[in-house]
Design a protein around this ligand. Structure first.
Ligand code: TRP
Length: 332
């Protein structure tokens, strides 16, 4: 039998998971888990590049784990773990730091954006963030890394670091490819549909959260920004708000844009917006209920993250040992 290819991805527990993270990432992870050997992590070490409240970070990490499972990621079939539980990530990141150039890191757009946004805390971790991300990926010899388009540059630098290392020491790392899904890759804000739906978009109602109450979800959809026409038609250039709602409705119901245009032919936004809201509420309801149930079962969650860390560490340590040997560390 041919070896299954390996996938790795992760999300920071720096805020609540959003509808965008579900449709753009986790839903794809679930479908990939049938055909690939998958590692899905919660990257808590990346999260502390921005100041976090310790109690919230701890709570959100466990919530995120419960939500991964509730979204359909089976911990028996996938390796689901918390990044800080596998010490090889920090260890390889240090080695890779020494094979990553200051100039390369300075060109990262996420670094530039975040250092503008958090000007009072431009720490070294924020700067070397991509080397830690490269470690996440390279430790597992991942073939494919599903990410949003905003992370493509970090996959490119990962490839550059891996090439550089392999060029010196031989084939140590598999060179990973980004995997950017087309549908649902970009769910936009409901209040400013030119921008990606973002968890930092907290108060505006532009962002929907997986765990949000149905009435709050409905309120946000009813208030979603549209345009001055009245017809439901897909045109992301001229009608970004309606097109975003159509994308969401399409992923939630499985209907094509043509079918949606027909369904709402002759009806206005006053019918369409609540219909999208209801579809989203019904899509998220079982996930929210299941996540709430799992979150109460602390013993189960603990079992999941312990097993996950053990499985992950087994593979990660193999790569790390090889790297340590190559660079000339004495074996213990
Ligand atoms: N940097 C990613 C983000 O902010 C999160 C991340 C960390 C990640 N390590 C990763 C994604 C490894 C994919 C693979 O979205």
């Amino acid at each position: 039998m041919e070896e299954r290819k390996t996938i790795l991805s992760g999300i920071q527990p720096s805020g609540e998971l959003t509808l965008g993270s579900y449709l753009g990432a986790i839903k794809n992870w679930v479908s990939l888990s049938k055909d690939y050997n998958c590692y899905y992590c919660i990257v808590d070490m990346h999260a502390i590049t921005v100041r976090q409240n310790p109690a919230s970070l701890r709570r959100r990490t466990l919530e995120q784990l419960a939500q991964y499972i509730a979204c359909g990621l089976d911990p028996e079939e996938n390796t689901i773990f918390i990044q800080s539980h596998v010490s090889a990530h920090a260890e390889l990141a240090w080695v890779l730091d020494c094979y990553t150039m200051f100039g390369e890191l300075s060109r990262m757009t996420q670094f530039k954006d975040k250092s503008a946004k958090y000007a009072d805390n431009i720490n070294a971790g924020l700067f070397t963030y991509p080397a830690l991300m490269a470690a996440d990926i390279l430790l597992y010899q991942a073939d494919l890394v599903p990410v949003g388009i905003d992370q493509k540059q970090h996959i490119e630098i990962t490839r550059d670091i891996a090439h550089r290392f392999n060029g010196i020491y031989g084939d140590v790392f598999k060179i990973p490819e980004p995997y950017i899904p087309e549908v649902g890759a970009k769910i936009m804000s409901l209040t400013s549909p030119e921008n990606k739906m973002s968890k930092s978009d907290k108060d505006s109602g532009g962002c929907i959260y997986i765990m949000q109450k149905p009435e709050d979800i409905m309120r946000s959809f009813k208030r979603a920004v549209t345009d001055s026409e009245t017809c439901v038609r897909y045109d992301p250039e001229k009608k970004p708000g309606i097109s975003n709602l159509m994308t969401i409705y399409s992923v939630a119901t499985g209907k094509s844009f043509d079918e949606i245009e027909k369904e709402f032919d002759g009806k206005g936004y006053g019918d369409f917006k609540p219909a999208v809201g209801e579809a989203v509420v019904e899509m998220l309801r079982p996930i929210r209920e299941e996540a709430e149930r799992i979150l109460k079962d602390k013993a189960y969650l603990e079992k999941v993250y312990r097993n996950g860390a053990e499985k992950a560490a087994y593979t990660a340590n193999k790569t790390l040992r090889k790297v340590y040997k190559k660079v000339g560390f004495v074996q213990k």
